[in-house]
Design a protein around this ligand. Structure first.
Ligand SMILES: [Zn+2]
Length: 126
């Protein structure tokens, strides 16, 4: 029984050694630059996916709040008919903080209020 096990392991080792040599040969072909390039490509793909996800999610969020506010600007009361012009605005500036970006609160502003009055107010608050 003991002898059988030993010869079995030896047999396995004999099979394993050439395979290890094949794997080692494959690893040796990859240079450090190859690995870095592969890592960068994977990171780029991840970032692109994240960006697409954010765009889709932020568009859904924007439409939800524009509908809630009936496309009416919170500052001047103007109703923007077009889906493109009204801005779903972050009431408090998120300043690049992702958690704050999604948390809101949000308000609908017409483009001129968003680009004019709101920017000026934020400038003063800063
Ligand atoms: Zn307005």
């Amino acid at each position: 029984m003991g002898q059988w096990t030993q010869s079995g392991q030896m047999g396995r080792l004999r099979v394993l050694r050439p395979r290890l040599a094949q794997v080692a040969a494959r690893i040796a072909v990859l240079t450090r630059e190859d690995l870095e390039r592969a890592r960068d490509a994977s990171r780029d793909r991840e970032q692109a996916t994240q960006a697409l996800y954010k765009i889709a999610r932020s568009q859904r969020l924007r439409l939800r709040f524009l509908a809630r506010d009936l496309y009416t600007c919170w500052l001047c009361g103007r109703i923007e008919g077009s889906c493109v012009r009204p801005v779903c605005d972050q009431v408090e500036p998120h300043r690049g903080d992702v958690a704050r970006f999604w948390a809101g609160p949000f308000q609908t502003l017409c483009k001129s209020c968003h680009d004019g009055d709101k920017q000026r107010m934020e400038w003063w608050i800063r």
